[in-house]
Design a protein. Structure first.
Length: 304
């Protein structure tokens, strides 16, 4: 009896006898029967044990690396504190060191598991290039953070106004600046946008000028108003005698004579002085006969 049988060699016959097939099948069964399953089990167990050992070693390396990284950051903080390094630079350096050493730790752990780190780095480099092109704004934010630390338009603890937001700088991160508003909101501003924006820093100067505009009625005595206002201001220790407080007539408005009041005070006393004297002007000026006018309009009726 003959059977069609395909072989890999073009010269082999297409018709193979059943006896040949039976012989090959018997040979295969004989090989399977002669396999040393105990040796195979030992090899599998050995490989599994080696894999478990590598995983344990990788975990030990990972947790040991994290401990070393925490100690390194702590030593870095101590060193920068001893050298009186700016708080902004401390936070930025801490974030940079943590990011770099975390990446190195991951590579070491992967290498411990037996992965080819060279190939992984090549793949990561290509991926980083692609991601960098897609996330060019993130790179710009990093560059903006570097520029902020070099130029120092503000530091941690300064009260600033930028990009329509005002608050105290809490931290300068790798990609953003964190500020806290007066009502305790946390706002993250991208470093690139804030580095190229107009920034009002209210904390750089030790002294600040407080301005008020107070409107009094036409017919009221300006000298009396000036004397009463200066009497209030000169009795306050928070208001500096030099430069001395001044009260000027700023404008003859439609319904009032506008007085501009200017004093100098320490930066930390600015808001307390501003809000307190708004109330004192309102309460004490009427006692001296100074009135606050309402908006008025004269209407002339002409009869034809």
């Amino acid at each position: 009896m003959w059977t069609l049988f395909a072989t890999d060699t073009p010269a082999a016959p297409l018709m193979v006898p059943d006896s040949v097939q039976k012989a090959k099948f018997a040979e295969t069964v004989n090989r399977l029967m002669n396999l040393d399953f105990s040796e195979i089990s030992r090899n599998l167990l050995s490989e599994a044990l080696w894999v478990v050992i590598k995983i344990v070693i990788a975990l030990v390396v990972y947790y040991l690396g994290r401990w070393v990284l925490r100690r390194l950051i702590r030593l870095l903080d101590v060193a920068m504190e001893r050298r009186n390094v700016d708080q902004s630079l401390r936070a930025f350096s801490r974030s940079s060191v943590r990011a770099v050493f975390t990446l190195l730790l991951i590579l070491i752990v992967v290498s411990t598991l037996g992965v080819n780190v060279t190939s992984l780095i090549a793949v990561a480099s290509a991926a980083t290039l692609a991601i960098g092109m897609a996330l060019s704004g993130t790179a710009q934010n990093f560059a903006g953070g570097v520029m902020i630390l070099l130029m120092k338009p503000y530091r941690v603890g300064d009260y600033i106004s930028a990009q329509g937001q005002s608050g105290t700088v809490r931290e300068i991160k790798l990609f953003s600046t964190v500020i806290t508003t007066t009502d305790n909101q946390t706002i993250y501003i991208p470093n690139n946008s804030i580095a190229t924006a107009i920034i009002d820093n209210y904390s750089t100067a030790e002294l600040r000028r407080v301005d008020w505009t107070v409107g009094i009625s036409y017919g009221d005595d300006v000298d009396t108003a000036r004397s009463v206002i200066l009497g209030m201001l000169n009795g306050d220790a928070r208001i500096l005698p030099d430069p001395a407080p001044v009260v000027w007539v700023a404008a003859l408005a439609d319904s009032s004579v506008n007085l501009t009041i200017r004093v100098w005070t320490r930066n930390e006393d600015y808001w307390a002085v501003f809000f307190e004297y708004n109330e004192r002007f309102y309460k004490e000026l009427p006692k001296a006969g100074i009135n606050f006018p309402f908006p008025q309009m004269d209407v002339h009726v002409k009869n034809d």
